[in-house]
Design a binder for this molecule. Structure first.
Ligand code: SF4
Length: 612
């Protein structure tokens, strides 16, 4: 820690965010390091330290001989101001070394509303913002994470993107950089070579041309560059790197627990869900390997909470076998085992019984829509009976608190669908009255509605977002209907935030200048209510002559070239179009286990056979 940082720390909130030195942090002898990687998470320490992807890739890179990967998080506003006032550049936690002295600067991006933090971190580091301003081989800036599936709003600032799962490709990228540095390559040569690594997208090799109507007329790759870049997946999760030596945070973080990822991908096909489509196909870990990893992680870290995570954990075939093995171990050591991401349909009695003696945190279900008609449109494959019987099982098992998540503004939604949400919540309350074993504690239903954001690589990627006023009208209507229902608390998302999310999610290269301008005007920490300022963003859009509604509220044509057409996540466009049509017909599609729908993701596997 520098003297300057030492003087600043007592003046800011939560100084432990900035000191590093946690148990299991990786330190190396700088004299033995050939490649230094600053691994940046564009949000605070508490959020970044909870991110499993970051934990994995930190371990992957540090397992490489001669490579030192160090963590960098977004400073909170008080620290940022102190840094600016004192001329302290952004540094990495492990060594305190300034980010601008690193070879590679990698970002993990999972949320569009962190984009301003990326630019702000580069500014605080003193690293030139745009890729074309960084001419040497040092300070190569690249990114991965789900937002890289439409990286176009960010392309001016990044040298390349790593698409999909990074356990293997990151090693290839960093090894290539090691070679480039040793042999004294220039940056253009490194970019040409890194583009040859499967899963790497170098945007400067693709030219976007626009038509008179503002849509993309053509995407022209340079000679010798493939028309699309395909994401990477890891096939054998049992043998993939997993960080059982987890860094034990020195301050409270959002998810302070050991996290076991039971499988990747999703067998469902909820038509709004980007993760569900873009992370296909399903690949699982065996219960045996998961048990071993759980024991190793818990023994080493002393953490007393273990969670089994995935996009839909109750779809994990070996869930009962795994919980049977884990529960005695957890009970003996007073470790709480939590199983989030349960679907309301197959939330089994046995699982409830198994978890009964655990601490009763709130259960979470996401019916997304109130009416069966709309649940069929979005392919939720969930009936009201299933939702209510799952709640009945949970209430009879001792739970008194349920979180219910819905969306407003889904394609084809009517006022009837909106009111059906209130009816469903009332039925859940009635189910509690009929089934709860411990009524003294009272019922708590936390219901929340999000504003539908159309996302790339989903059947709804062409849809428009509802006008903000109409979303607010529907949200207020619902709030009014639920006002007098006992035990129910209803909240809805800030529409301005979701509007921007839609712009970034479906944006193209013309959004880059807006982003830069907004950051100059003071945009930062947009995911945090206390700092988000829609006015700043509207001013930036105005000044750059860009209409946000063009990206958010316009239905994209089915024939249109989409900004993310260069990115291949393994799905056939025909399949997405077919799913879109089925949505309008109110027809559901079976899950992958019940029958393959031919999405195309099996082609990402060596044997081209899905093991859903
Ligand atoms: S190829 Fe078939 S089984 Fe595999 S993810 Fe796609 S729809 Fe599901």
């Amino acid at each position: 820690m520098t003297d300057l940082l030492g003087r600043i720390l007592p003046t800011v909130q939560k100084p432990a965010r900035y000191t590093g030195g946690e148990y299991n942090e990786i330190r190396k002898d700088p004299g033995q390091v050939r490649v230094n990687v600053a691994f940046c998470f564009p949000d605070t320490y508490e959020i970044g330290m909870s991110n499993l992807g970051m934990r994995i890739l930190y371990g992957v890179m540090n397992a490489m001989e001669g490579v030192w990967c160090q963590r960098v998080f977004t400073p909170w506003a008080d620290m940022e101001e102190a840094m600016r006032r004192n001329g302290l550049p952004l540094w990495a936690l492990e060594s305190g070394r300034p980010v601008k002295d690193f070879d590679l600067i990698a970002f993990s991006i999972g949320y569009e509303m962190s984009y301003s933090n990326i630019l702000n971190m580069l500014r605080l580091a003193g690293v030139p913002l745009e890729a074309r301003e960084r001419t040497g081989l040092s300070n190569i800036v690249f990114a991965g994470g789900v937002c890289a599936f439409n990286p176009e709003p960010l392309v001016a600032f990044f040298d390349f993107f790593s698409l999909g799962e990074g356990e293997e490709s990151t090693v290839e990228i960093v090894s290539l950089y090691d070679k480039a540095k040793a042999e004294g390559w220039d940056k253009p040569r490194f970019l040409r070579e890194v583009a040859q690594i499967p899963g790497v997208y170098v945007p400067s090799f693709y030219r976007h041309e626009y038509g008179a109507d503002g849509t993309i007329a053509a995407i022209v790759p340079d000679a010798g560059v493939p028309a699309t870049a395909r994401k990477r997946i890891v096939e054998d999760l049992d043998n993939a790197f997993f960080p059982t030596k987890m860094i034990v945070p020195s301050t409270e973080i959002v998810h302070d627990r050991a996290n076991l990822e039971v499988f990747r991908g999703c067998i469902r096909g909820c038509r709004f869900c980007q993760a569900g489509f873009s992370c296909r196909p399903v690949r699982k870990k065996s219960a045996q390997v998961l048990y071993r990893q759980a024991v190793e992680t818990l023994e080493d870290s002393g953490i007393n909470e273990l969670t089994l995570s995935s996009l839909s954990t109750s779809d994990y075939r070996e869930l009962e076998a795994l919980t049977d093995k884990l529960l005695p171990y957890c009970r003996e050591r007073r470790v709480n085992l939590s199983v989030p991401s349960l679907r309301a349909d197959n939330f089994s009695r046995q699982l409830t019984a198994r978890l009964q003696n655990q601490r009763k945190s709130s259960l979470t279900f996401a019916p997304e829509a109130g009416s069966q008609r709309l649940r069929d449109v979005i392919n939720k494959n969930l009936t009201e009976e299933e939702i209510l019987s799952s709640c009945a099982v949970a209430f009879a098992g001792g739970w008194n608190s349920v979180k219910l998540y819905f969306m407003l503004g889904l394609p084809t939604e009517t006022e009837e669908d909106v009111l059906a949400i209130a009816e469903l919540i009332e039925k859940v309350a009635a189910t509690w009255r009929a089934n709860a074993v411990n009524k003294k504690r009272g019922l708590r239903i936390h219901a929340a509605a999000a504003y539908f954001v159309p996302k790339p690589h989903t059947p709804f990627q062409w849809e428009k977002q509802l006008p903000m006023e109409e979303y607010l009208r529907r949200a207020r209507l619902l709030k009014e209907r639920l006002r007098n229902v006992r035990g129910v608390e209803f909240n809805y998302h800030d529409p301005a935030l979701s509007r921007l999310e839609a712009v970034f999610a479906r944006g193209d290269r013309r959004i880059g200048p807006v982003l830069r301008r907004a950051v100059e005007l003071g945009a930062r920490l947009d995911g945090w209510d206390e700092y988000f300022s829609y006015e700043i963003w509207l001013r930036a859009f105005r000044e750059c002559g860009v209409d946000p509604d063009y990206y958010a509220c316009r239905g994209f044509g089915e024939e249109e070239i989409l900004p993310w057409d260069t990115i291949d996540v393994g799905l056939k466009k025909d399949f997405l179009l077919r799913e879109r049509r089925r949505a309008y017909e109110g027809r559901t599609t079976r899950d992958c286990r019940a029958g393959c729908a031919g999405c195309g993701a099996d082609a990402l596997l060596k044997e081209a056979v899905c093991d859903a």
